[in-house]
Design a protein around this ligand. Structure first.
Ligand code: FBP
Length: 562
């Protein structure tokens, strides 16, 4: 019986025995892999500025791997640290397991430590030395509880210096940062700082986030997106079935995805509900809140005319920031809250805070605030996260939409333009999916990402993101290597300052997945094309256990080996 967890289910016991399949190139370990350096690279934009900021790590070559004896990697034992940063995503424990196994395979004397509680663990120098005995019961499990996570940002000169001192004090040779775009931007800054200080510490990132917005030409997907969307699709699919059985409610389901609507789109493909709102489209069309509501109302009316007073609508968590007039309001609120942080901290009640903030808003913005439900106003004024982001997971956009749709329908009823019944139920699915037991895809992908990171650091490579590609094919064919972090960066205005950041991937309105959705949505709106995909399957026929996301399949259909 696996040790470490106090309570463990039968499925977990079986799952711990699962052996992730490594890509062929990684199978024999780092001693049989030779890194191949490609051409000098450049950032996606703002090359001159970034060259200046990353004087020591800009332009690194892309790394691919080929087979060959590599004596360097086992010559001397190394100590590597790993940190989990930001929101949880299924598969984090397998990144650690892959990293651990990759290091030990190269040299039994190699040591892996895990910083506790996210990046704050680096600053406090709080860590544990990882052993197989500790790790074994966490293999293929969800959650980040083995070493926990956190959202502390390492970005000030004092924090960089403290990081350096703590890595030196603990004799750490390399640091693997498992995080999203913000955390990997920080990893790039730490890599640059270490080089500037002439220290041979390697810093390597691993692409994590259920939101799916850390992807680009080189990174096909972030880990966790596959499992989380499968979990949400199971729940949404059940709601679709329920709705079609009782035929009496409209369900408004908000799904996580702070800055991009990839989760809503993927769950949309898997369940085919009546409406899927895509924030990126709403922004591109400069739609106001009233226009978004009107579009929903039109579908509700159309269905009511067919006697269908029911339906399912998916709302991406970040919607509020995509709505044209709301985006403007939020950015103004951000400025006020950030600039007056000390004054605001002194207020004792939300009313005092509101009075102060209203006094600073323009007339247009305070009018818009007045038109919103009281609960939403308070939620919009909550403290920002350490990266300065609005905490959209705490804003109940689905309730806002229900309230506004409802009052518009009342108006239309009075005008004799609507005769249906509207009864709505709201849901928010977010935290339910972040710590799920990783699907076979995520279990394999994360293990490979960790193992791959071990190969990168053992070769002394720094400033890279662990990259595993060709994911629409079987794991044995996956391609491994490293992508320079600076290659994915540009300069963006964040909270009044220009900052180097890894560019977030939003839903591409010219991309294949969105086009596919557009082709189908009218049919989904009026019919009951619902799909109930069922729960994630870990055992059984490969057609159900090893499928990847629809998003990956549509985006990389040209790579599928038939
Ligand atoms: P990451 O970008 O760090 O992976 O986190 C994304 C996310 O899961 C969002 O979908 C959600 O808005 C946010 O985390 C919630 O954050 P918190 O865990 O701090 O409540």
């Amino acid at each position: 019986m696996a040790k470490g967890l106090t309570c463990i289910s039968r499925l977990q016991i079986e799952r711990i025995k699962f052996k992730p399949v490594l890509p062929d190139i990684l199978k024999k370990g780092a001693s049989f892999i030779k890194p191949v350096k490609g051409k000098v690279t450049k950032s996606i934009k703002d090359q001159d500025n970034l060259k200046e900021i990353f004087k020591n790590t800009y332009g690194l070559p892309e790394i691919t791997f080929k087979r060959g004896i590599n004596e360097i990697v086992a010559r001397k034992a190394v100590k590597v640290a790993v940190v989990l940063s930001g929101g949880q995503a299924p598969g984090g424990h397998n990144v650690i397991a892959g990293l651990f196994d990759g290091l030990k395979k190269a040299n039994e004397e190699n040591i892996l430590i895990g910083y506790l509680g996210g990046p704050s663990g680096i600053l406090k120098n709080k860590y544990k030395v990882i052993s197989e005995k500790m790790l074994c019961s966490y293999r293929n499990t969800g959650g980040f509880d083995f070493i926990q996570s956190g959202r502390t940002k390492i970005e000030t000169p004092e924090q960089f210096c403290l990081t350096k001192n703590n890595l030196l004090a603990s004799k750490v040779d390399a640091l693997v940062v498992v995080g999203g775009d913000d955390s990997n931007t920080n990893a790039a800054m730490i890599a640059e700082y270490m080089r500037k200080e002439s220290l041979s510490k390697c810093i390597v990132g691993v692409p994590k986030t259920i939101d799916g917005d850390l992807k680009n030409k080189h990174i096909e997907t972030s880990f966790g997106f596959d499992t989380a969307t499968k979990i949400y699709s199971d729940l949404v699919g059940n709601i679709c079935r329920d709705v079609n059985s009782s035929q009496k409610y409209w369900h408004f389901v908000r799904l996580m995805g702070r800055s991009a609507s990839h989760i809503a789109l993927e769950v949309g493909f898997k369940t085919q509900p009546n409406i899927v709102l895509i924030g990126e489209e709403i922004l591109a069309n400069k739609m106001t809140l009233a226009e978004v509501v009107e579009n929903i109302v039109n579908v509700v009316i159309k269905r009511a005319e067919d006697g269908k007073n029911f339906g399912v609508i998916l709302v991406p968590e970040g919607l509020i920031e995509f709505i044209y007039n709301m985006r403007d309001l939020i950015s103004s609120l951000d400025d006020i809250l950030v600039k007056n942080i000390k004054i605001i901290a002194e207020f004792h009640s939300i009313e005092e805070k509101k009075m102060f903030v209203y006094g600073k808003l323009s007339r247009k913005h305070s009018d818009l605030m007045e038109s919103l439900p009281v609960g939403i106003v308070s939620q919009l004024m909550l403290d920002r996260d350490p990266h300065g982001n609005v905490q959209v997971s705490l804003i109940e956009t689905e309730k806002l939409l229900v309230e506004m749709v409802q009052s518009r329908l009342v108006e239309l009823k009075e005008m004799n333009k609507y005769k249906g019944k509207f009864s709505a139920i709201t849901h928010f699915f977010g935290y339910e999916g972040r710590c799920g037991m990783p699907s076979n895809f995520d279990a394999n992908y994360t293990y490979a990402l960790g193992y791959n990171a071990a190969v990168l650091v053992l070769n002394g490579l720094t400033g890279y993101l662990s990259s595993v590609k060709n994911l629409v094919n079987l794991p044995k064919y996956w391609e491994c290597g490293g992508i320079p972090l600076t290659m994915m960066m540009n300069i963006e205005r964040r909270h009044g300052r220009n900052k180097p950041v890894i560019q977030k991937a939003l839903v591409d309105l010219n991309g294949k997945p969105f086009k596919k959705f557009v082709k189908n949505r009218e049919k989904w709106a009026i019919s009951e094309s619902y799909i109930s995909p069922g729960p994630v399957q870990y055992f059984g026929p490969s057609e159900v256990t090893n499928i990847t996301t629809k998003t990956l399949q549509y985006e990389h259909s040209n790579k599928i080996n038939r």
